[in-house]
Write a protein that binds this ligand. Structure first.
Ligand SMILES: NC(=O)C1=CN([C@@H]2O[C@H](COP(=O)(O)OP(=O)(O)OC[C@H]3O[C@@H](n4cnc5c(N)ncnc54)[C@H](OP(=O)(O)O)[C@@H]3O)[C@@H](O)[C@H]2O)C=CC1
Ligand SMILES: N[C@@H](CC=O)C(=O)O
Length: 425
């Protein structure tokens, strides 16, 4: 059987998809029983040179060449962005075409609506590449964890920010140099703000929460802090205490509620997540039955991400061969409340800059004592520009306690809360 594919987007991921389809055509046909053929690609700029594959299909800027083409059964959306991509996918589903996308922004914000539309039209909507690039996490969650109760899903789910942090810590690159390199390598989004401000990871964490806990959070339900304010001094001080700093997405049950957060965390050098470098991602899944599982691999980049798209394409092909398309990618659905600040508890890494005056240190420790936060380790560096840098690790404290400290420090003279991160355990 021959299955026609229409590609929206022929950039980093789209080019990788064409390369794998061409290079591994025989294997794909043997394993799916179908010959997958690109019939058309739609791009933004027709004059851009396209290299690395044989261009044996027309490239246009007219979406109708795909949407109105009866020889195309599967639409692959790898353009990015929300509104236009939504419109294209909606029209494709209504035309009873199966859809594969890598678009986490869209799936996290309007995925449920699109999944219902796919269901109504009896077609597949798959998006394995939307989370953790080449790491096959979504299909693993939907098939291998069907019977287990997940208590936490957590990990490094943005390749660009992990690449930047690795290059700053290991190779001494500046933040700007490392970001530029991540862009050149095709890891970053077209606007990298989402990568470094934590929103890309938050979109992925929303999708992971759909699959792990059956919930449908929106962006406002996720506490998001990116890496843009992280300093060399924070990284060096964390190292001094035996920790790497990693941007983590963490969704975990606390009692009957769910905490969903993206933020830089301190990760002990002894923890496997601390060894995940550059664009690599890793997702830890804690299940009541299985214990802890970690999936690790490239979280961004042309060929790894394209492989996840191919995984979706071959699943659609298999469904077509078996005459079983139209089953939702994720069938888990339940209600969970959002955790309150008092329920979100962790050890902390706190950096306070304090005026170098007699008694100042005493007043800082007094503020933390009043919030019932106690230190496990404390380091003071000599004063610079009249301010000393006080770096502390704490016993477990809740977000509610930290809110008290934030307010107290904001209202005090000669003291500044320079950094505050959770310690992952
Ligand atoms: N890069 C990565 O590592 C990963 C990316 N993703 C996701 O995959 C998707 C694509 O990413 P990526 O390949 O990196 O992006 P690129 O910017 O490299 O490619 C985007 C492609 O879409 C085309 N395009 C953009 N807007 C339009 C439009 N309005 N009409 C027609 N074509 C359009 C562009 O055309 P033209 O070539 O003419 O400019 C280009 O070919 C995004 O959703 C991204 O989040 C997911 C996981 C990893
Ligand atoms: N920009 C993303 C690409 C993959 O989703 C990242 O850096 O992780």
């Amino acid at each position: 059987m021959e299955i026609g594919i229409g590609l929206f987007g022929l950039g980093t991921v789209g080019s990788g998809v064409v390369k794998i389809l061409q290079q591994n055509a025989n294997q794909i046909t043997q394993r799916t029983g179908s010959h997958l053929v690109v019939r058309h690609a739609v791009v933004h700029n027709l004059n851009k040179p396209r290299t690395g594959f044989t261009q044996d299909f027309p490239i246009t800027d007219n979406p109708e060449d795909i949407l109105s083409n009866d020889d195309i059964q599967i639409v692959v959306e790898v353009m990015g962005g929300v509104d236009y991509a939504y419109d294209i996918i909606k029209r494709a589903l209504m035309a009873k075409k199966h859809v594969v996308t890598a678009n986490k922004d869209l799936i996290a914000s309007r995925g449920q609506e699109l999944a219902e539309l796919a269901n109504q039209n009896g077609v597949d909507l798959y998006y394995e590449a939307a989370v953790a690039g080449g790491v096959p996490i979504l299909r693993t969650l939907s098939s291998s964890f069907t019977a287990d109760e997940i208590s936490r899903v957590a990990g490094i789910i943005n390749g660009t920010s992990n690449f930047i942090l690795t290059q700053m810590a290991a190779n001494g690159l500046t933040y700007a140099e490392a970001l530029k390199l991540a862009q050149d390598k095709g890891f970053a989004e077209s606007d990298p703000t989402n990568d470094v401000e934590g929103f890309d990871a938050a979109y992925k964490l929303i999708i992971l929460s759909n699959f792990s806990f059956g919930v449908q959070p929106v962006m406002d339900d996720v506490t998001v802090t990116g890496i843009a304010n992280l300093t060399d001094s924070d990284i060096n001080d964390a190292h001094g205490f035996g920790y790497a700093i990693k941007l983590l997405g963490v969704a975990q049950r606390v009692g009957d509620a769910l905490s969903i957060e993206v933020a830089p965390h301190l990760v002990s050098f002894n923890h496997p997540l601390a060894t995940v470098n550059n664009e690599n991602n890793a997702v830890l899944v804690n299940g009541e039955s299985v214990g802890e599982v970690m999936l690790y691999g490239p979280g961004a980049g042309e060929m790894p991400t394209a492989n996840s798209v191919l995984s979706d394409l071959t699943n659609v092909a298999t469904n077509l061969a078996l005459n079983t398309p139209g089953r939702p990618f994720n069938t888990f659905n339940q209600d969970l409340d959002l955790a309150k600040p008092s329920q979100r508890v962790a050890r902390r890494f706190i950096v306070v800059e304090v005026a170098d005056t007699p008694g100042a240190m005493y007043s800082v420790t007094g503020m933390f004592a009043s919030a019932k936060i106690s230190f496990t380790d404390l380091k003071q560096t000599p004063a610079k520009n009249g301010f000393a840098r006080l770096v502390a690790l704490t016993h477990a404290a809740s977000d509610a306690q930290l809110n008290v400290i934030r307010t107290t420090i904001r209202n005090a003279d000669g003291i500044n809360l320079a950094a505050e991160y959770k310690i992952f355990s």
